[in-house]
Design a protein around this ligand. Structure first.
Ligand SMILES: Cc1cc2nc3c(=O)[nH]c(=O)nc-3n(C[C@H](O)[C@H](O)[C@H](O)COP(=O)(O)OP(=O)(O)OC[C@H]3O[C@@H](n4cnc5c(N)ncnc54)[C@H](O)[C@@H]3O)c2cc1C
Length: 433
């Protein structure tokens, strides 16, 4: 239970008034703190958790994918409808500059066969350690276990183990993350607080998430956890055409998840929101053309069962065979033409996204329309307050695009706050007050 003691942070004469406050010690907040501190500002960084960068560290567990080496045009296209806004961040901190920044921290990077860029040991911890060391050297003061709970009388209110404190500064950067993996700190609790201050916030929704297909008990008990390594997945467009994308995904206890599903997750999520469900199509044999598949299905099979025939002629067995049985009616399975078509485009109805807390990232958040036009991340409704990272309403697939945009927006917000302080004549030639 937190004591409700009121203790203004500014009461001690020995401690100078913080000049910029960053709330949120994820990649976006740390980057904003770096820009501000390097610009000669005293930065106080607050985070609700016991240490910074919890989600960043988790991202490192499965092999931290920090950015992508594909050509810029393809890279920028990953941000979809918000490409133009995100490009302002990318222009100031390009994927190549992300890599140089990491190298500057003493960490090597390499480009994987897919073009994804990883730190040399694929881990986040050494990078985070080096980064925090740099920030401390720059004078950033870290205040952990300080949960921001909103404003009171123009001051920021923090709940701490020692009780409540109030604090204020000439500029504030909010980098509070989205709403997935709440146990790592980003719980989206800030959304109503900002909305209450006339900031336009789009509902937070899951992104890079799995979906429920409501499997039968029979299928789920046999195939949950099974990977599909050579498949393609597609969602029909308005004209009924399906653009398939090759990749991998996993059958979960309730539906499907994994990189290929995440890549389509924004579109699938939106389709479910519109229509109540979404039908995706699975190409179980992306390396065989439709003609070859039909020929093999039609080939005389003697006394062999259809299942053994599919296994021996087309390698369809295990979870692929299970999916065919799960998604295709008995009659269609027995019809060679329909079976061959299903092998190349098996319809699977997805009912709902998995809960946002399980998602890799979230969409929604502070709308760009709520920010000033300069691309600094300053809230129109709250001059001097800047936002950065996943809490802004953009989204991207996995592949290093999330972190790259978080870094870029953190830099933009840090620079915006620095310019704001300078304009307000609150930074006197970089000398601490
Ligand atoms: C399993 C997993 C794997 C991932 N892998 C990758 C990957 O390989 N590549 C990639 O690009 N992206 C990856 N991501 C996504 C990436 O980690 C996030 O997009 C990124 O961390 C978001 O950065 P952020 O700074 O905006 O927010 P966060 O990293 O979520 O940080 C927000 C911070 O704000 C703090 N905070 C929140 N509310 C408050 C409050 N009220 N008061 C005080 N502090 C508060 C939180 O404690 C947290 O420290 C992965 C995510 C997950 C979950």
């Amino acid at each position: 239970m937190l004591a409700s003691r009121f203790r203004p942070l500014t009461m001690s004469i020995a401690s100078p008034t913080p000049r910029a406050i960053v709330i949120g010690g994820g990649p976006a907040g740390l980057m904003a703190a770096e820009v501000l501190a390097a610009g000669g500002v005293q930065v106080d960084l607050y985070d609700a958790m016991a240490s910074s960068g919890r989600k960043f560290l988790l991202a490192g567990k499965g092999g931290m994918n920090i950015t992508h080496a594909e050509p810029y045009e393809a890279f920028a296209s990953r941000y979809g409808a918000r490409r133009a806004e995100v490009e302002r961040w990318l222009a100031a901190f390009t994927p190549q500059q992300v890599r140089e920044w990491i190298h500057d921290l003493g960490i090597d990077t390499f480009v994987g066969s897919s073009g994804r860029v990883f730190p040399a040991d694929m881990k986040a911890a050494p990078l985070l350690r080096a980064w925090l060391h740099r920030l401390r050297e720059l004078g950033v003061r870290f205040h952990m276990r300080h949960r921001w709970t909103g404003w009171r009388d123009g001051q920021l209110v923090f709940a701490t183990p020692e009780g409540e404190i109030l604090s204020q500064a000439g500029a504030v950067v909010l980098a509070l993350g989205g709403a997935s993996w709440a146990r790592l700190g980003s719980d989206g609790a800030w959304a109503p607080w900002l909305a209450g201050r006339k900031v336009d916030v789009a509902p937070l929704v899951p992104m890079n998430c799995g979906f429920d297909a409501d499997w039968s008990e029979y299928f789920s008990s046999r195939h949950a956890g099974a990977p599909l390594t050579t498949v393609a997945l597609g969602l029909a467009d308005a004209q009924g055409g399906v653009a398939f994308r090759k990749g991998q995904f996993v059958v979960s206890g309730t539906g499907i998840e994994g990189s290929l599903v995440y890549a389509l997750s924004g579109a699938i999520r939106d389709r479910i929101a519109e229509d109540g469900q979404a039908t995706v199509f699975i190409d179980l044999l992306p390396d065989h053309d439709a003609r070859r598949v039909l020929d093999e299905v039609m080939r005389p099979r003697g006394s062999r069962s259809l299942s053994s025939h599919l296994q021996s002629r087309l390698g369809v067995s295990g979870v692929k065979a299970g999916l065919l049985r799960e998604c295709l009616g008995k009659d269609d399975f027995a019809d060679p033409g329909k079976l061959a078509r299903a092998l190349k485009a098996l319809p699977l109805v997805l009912k709902r996204p998995r809960p946002i807390d399980e998602a890799i990232s979230s969409g929604g958040g502070v709308r760009f329309e709520a920010l000033d036009e300069k691309g600094s991340g300053m809230l129109r409704a709250l001059p001097g307050v800047f936002v950065a990272g996943e809490m802004i309403d953009w989204e991207a697939p996995t592949g290093g695009y999330l972190l790259t945009a978080c870094f870029g927006s953190g830099r933009a917000a840090g620079q915006g706050a620095l310019d704001w302080l300078r304009r307000s004549d609150k930074v006197k030639q970089g000398t601490p007050s």
